[in-house]
Structures are given as C-alpha cells and as structure tokens.
Design a protein around this ligand. Structure first.
Ligand code: ZN
Length: 373
C-alpha cells in the first residue's frame, strides 16, 4: 500500500582507539534496532485502496498497559494504515488516576510523523444489554460519558460518529448463546448501529457475520489489544495482526469514514478473510495469478499459480474428476506453485475450488475457478 521506506544509516567508526578509550561515554549505536515498517502484501481492488485498520485499541487511559504513542509505533511497524484508540469512556479502575481522555491528543503528533491515520474514538462500555460499543470519528469523547447509553450513542451520531457493536459474543456478557436483544434492535432501528465486530482479539462470531449481512452492518475485526502487541500474540505463527480492511477511495480519514458508512469493509484475522463477496472476490482474484501452461508432456499440462499476497490460501477441489489435482492445495504467502493436471493440449478445462480460509457468509467459502487451455 504505502511504499514508505525509511532507511537509517549508522556509520560507525570503531577503531582501536575506541576500544582503548579509558574515559567518557562510549556510544554503541549498533545495538539499537532500526525502526522498520513491515509491509503487508494485500492488493487494492478495482476502484478502491485496501487499507489496513484496527479500530479497537486500549492504553493506560483505560485498562491498557501501554502509553498511547506506543500504539502508533506498533501500528506503523505492523504495516497498518489507520487506527482508533478506544479507551473505555466511563473510566476504569485500572486507568491512570486523575486523567481525562487524552490518548488521542498524546498519540496524534507521533501519528502525523509516521503517516498513520489516527481516528478519535472511545468505547461506550456498559453491561449487557447493550454491552460495549465503539464510537469512532467523534470530536468530543468526554461528551459521551453520560448515564444513559442511548444518550451516549445519540451523542456519537450527533458528532457524526460511527457506532460498532463490540465483541457481541463475548462469553462474559453473553454466556450461552450470542443473542441480538431488544436493546440492539432499538439502536439499529434508529439507524445508530453502523458496524459489528465479527472478530475480536481471538474470537469470531458467526452470528455477528449473519447479522452484518441481514442488517447491512459493516463487517469489523479488531485486536482489542490491552497488552503490548508483541506480548499478546504468537508472531512466529501469525506475523500479521488482526485487522479491518477498508476499501477506500483514498488513504485519508474522510475516505475511510465514507467507506465504512458505505459498508465497504472486511476482516482479516489469523489468515482468515471474511467479507462481502463483491469485495473479497476481487481481493483474492488480484492475489492469485494463474499462468499460461508452460509444458505439455505425457498427457499432462503444467502451469504456475502465484500468490502475491500475505494471505495463505487453502484450496479444496470441488467435485470429483480425473485431473490428478490433489483434494487440497495450500498456496503459501508470496510464492508460486506448479500445478500438473491430466488434460489434452487442445481441450480447455475448468477447475473449481472452495477457499477454506475465505468466507463470504456463514459457511460460505469463496469459490475460485481456473480456466486452463
Ligand atoms: Zn475494548
């Protein structure tokens, strides 16, 4: 997305003299890690940029354990384009004592200097119902700290904010089943619920995906990170953090807001991609390229399948055939595999797959077709 590359060159002059120095301060610049942004390979789709965002993040201004500027540093290094810091609006026992909501103001200069879009927000945190809702793109977080949750949501809307229902299936608040309650219906009926977390931290909620599609809510996925990011997740297995993908006209806050109200979002979490068919299909089709056959030999055709993205795709063959293709094929991130199918050179054939890790609805894996001739 962003082709930002910062190279810091350290020039050392380690000489025998330095080692022999017997007084003063000996600076060892070489031990300092050079800050670098890990770019996430995800293609844009026709007409829109694919922006990587996390809209649910905590700091010491509620029950998080880190200072707001660290959240921006993490987001930049993790290859995100935009974040919202969403501390609990009503306060929290673990919060810095005597402080108001200042995380946005503290983080903003660093966000500007790192070209990260920082969106102002907070988490309306009430018991269930209605549970927790994030208010983002607001102008005054403190004005949302009012006794009645409906007034808080109404104020969010009055400020032009976007409201998402957070972790709707959180077992602490919905112990048995994930329910859409009368209170959620009332918020939605007013047109005051715009999005829903289908993914939060380490859980995802099929019911929320169904509601997003039935009720026209933006599909959201957020880390809800409280810890330092690297302490929380297994980065060796999952180098890419969970995120909301926003398909925006431009890489600006206004454009992200427009896209979210237009429901042009999906979520990518731990190699699972979930979103509307019309957004997810072009993303996958831009990611997977099938070459022309490069060899015809002994009744087999050989061609290459390249995955240019950072999503590992699992293809499961649909139907039975005599092509010799395996039932399941893994397409690793940013790599090419060679496929061999039993096929005559002059007889075009079509091969269809279900993508096990890409959903366009509940139990609806995306389908992918290759035409080989
Ligand atoms: Zn939260």
């Amino acid at each position: 997305m962003r082709t930002l590359l910062i190279i810091t060159l350290f020039v050392f002059s380690i000489t025998d003299n330095a080692f022999c120095q017997t007084s003063g301060t000996i600076v060892m610049d070489e031990v300092v890690r050079v800050p670098a942004r890990h770019e996430i390979a995800l293609p844009d789709i026709p007409g829109y940029k694919t922006l990587k965002c996390d809209f649910h993040i905590h700091t010491v201004f509620s029950d998080g354990v880190v200072w707001p500027t660290l959240r921006v540093d993490e987001a930049w290094e993790d290859g995100l384009d935009a974040i919202a810091i969403t501390d609990h609006i009503e306060g929290h026992p673990k919060k810095l004592p005597g402080q108001n909501h200042q995380s946005y103001e503290i983080a903003l200069p660093v966000a500007k200097a790192k070209n990260i879009i920082l969106i102002k927000g907070g988490e309306i945190s009430r018991g269930m119902p209605p549970g927790h809702l994030n208010a983002i793109f607001v102008t005054d977080v403190n004005a949302l700290n009012v006794p009645n949750y409906m007034d808080a949501i109404g104020e969010t809307v009055r400020q032009g904010g976007f409201v998402m229902w957070n972790h709707p299936g959180w077992r602490k608040q919905q112990p048995e089943i994930t329910r859409w309650m009368a209170e959620h219906e009332a918020i939605w009926q007013k047109g005051w619920m715009h999005g829903i977390e289908v993914f939060n931290e380490k859980e995802w909620y099929p019911e929320a995906l169904q509601w997003a599609q039935d009720k026209n809510l933006a599909i959201i996925g957020n880390s809800d990170i409280h810890d330092a990011y690297n302490k929380r997740y297994n980065r060796e297995q999952f180098p890419i953090r969970p995120m909301t993908l926003v398909f925006a006209k431009e890489c600006t806050e206004e454009s992200i807001k427009e896209a979210m109200f237009a429901r042009r979002t999906a979520t990518l979490f731990f190699n699972k991609l979930i979103g509307p068919k019309e957004l997810v299909e072009p993303l996958v089709n831009q990611s997977i390229q099938v070459s022309k056959p490069f060899l015809y030999q002994d009744g087999f055709i050989y061609f290459e399948v390249e995955n240019t993205s950072d999503i590992e795709f699992t293809l499961v063959k649909m139907g039975k055939d005599d092509s010799g293709l395996p039932e399941k094929t893994i397409l690793p991130c940013k790599s090419t595999i060679i496929a061999r199918v039993k096929q005559q050179a002059d007889q075009p054939r079509t091969y269809s797959f279900k993508l096990e890790n890409v959903l366009t609805g509940v139990e609806k894996p995306m389908e992918l077709t290759f035409n080989i001739k």
